[in-house]
Design a binder for this molecule. Structure first.
Ligand SMILES: [Zn+2]
Length: 295
């Protein structure tokens, strides 16, 4: 009788172990079956465009890592969905790139994103009279100054977590794009890519913060004019240039929609406008496409 009992006990142990094993299997399949990667925009982008990757059906804690072209992306929660932002450089090689998601349970899923070639047409641009006029000497001077200013703007620190939770908004109320992102400006022998958009703005137009963030730059540059840079955390930054007035200070936490400055025509400009740049991990992408990502 004793032996019989033991045997029965063993069998039930086996059953419990088997049950746990199936439960584990089911749980794993459950994570994968429910998870779906959505890429915005779908499947393909042009060079210089931003991408929003969203993973539905999983918790942030289920995700081990996400990579684009074998490089890790940072995750954040946007509207309760684990999300990642990706900036495609204006000069990124065209082709198909892998977006791979690794789960903590050891499984993974992947999708491909095609980077298409952008039409980078060229337009001549003269050095305006307020910067000395269009001599080759002045062209070189402007290019050298620009490179110094770009160096200052490429080493801005970013907060380790996103400071925003609402969608990004336009920095001015009535927005018309006068100069789009991504084409090239030819100044003498120099070619400069326009890595932002110019929005129509008479001198005196109110400029507001596109989202919550910390002011990292609030100063006057020779080429960029009066400039504000807001760090929205985790590598997302917005740049407001050629302003006539700056209404914020470095280090200040600003709210979405808060008045930060007044538009103008300071720096290397032909006429008054607001130049807007958006960067994702130091890659300047098309700000209009960036604004379209968020619902
Ligand atoms: Zn511009």
């Amino acid at each position: 009788m004793k032996i019989f009992n033991l045997d029965k006990k063993n069998k039930s142990y086996r059953f419990v172990i088997l049950f746990i094993f199936f439960l584990f299997l089911f749980e794993n399949q459950h994570v994968n079956a429910m998870a779906s990667i959505s890429i915005i925009p779908k499947n393909a982008v042009f060079q210089g465009e931003p991408v929003l990757i969203q993973i539905s059906g999983v918790k942030l804690s289920d995700i081990k890592k996400i990579t684009f072209d074998n490089k890790s992306l940072k995750f954040f929660i946007y509207k309760n969905i684990p999300s990642a932002l990706l900036g495609i450089d204006l000069n990124k090689k065209i082709g198909d790139y892998k977006i791979k998601l690794d789960y903590k349970n050891g499984s993974s899923s992947e999708q491909f994103l095609t980077v298409k070639e952008r039409n980078k047409y060229q337009v001549a641009m003269e050095v305006p009279e307020n910067l000395g006029g269009n001599s080759s000497e002045n062209q070189t001077k402007v290019i050298n100054t620009l490179s110094i200013e770009n160096n200052v703007l490429s080493v801005i620190k970013t907060f380790a977590k996103p400071l925003w939770s609402k969608k990004f908004i336009y920095p001015i109320l009535n927005h018309t794009v006068t100069d789009e992102y991504g084409y090239s400006r030819q100044t003498g022998v120099y070619t400069l890519a326009h890595k932002g958009v110019d929005l129509k703005a008479d001198v005196g137009t109110k400029v507001v913060a596109m989202n919550k963030g910390i002011v990292r730059i609030a100063k006057t540059f020779q080429v960029y004019g009066k400039t504000i840079v807001i760090d929205h955390g985790e590598g997302v930054m917005t740049f407001y240039m050629h302003l006539s007035k700056i209404k914020v200070n470095v280090g200040e936490l600003v709210q979405q929609g808060q008045l930060i400055g007044i538009s103008g025509d300071t720096g290397y400009v032909i006429g008054p406008h607001l130049h807007l740049t958006v960067r994702i991990n130091n890659i300047s992408i098309d700000p209009i496409k960036f604004l379209e990502l968020f619902k």
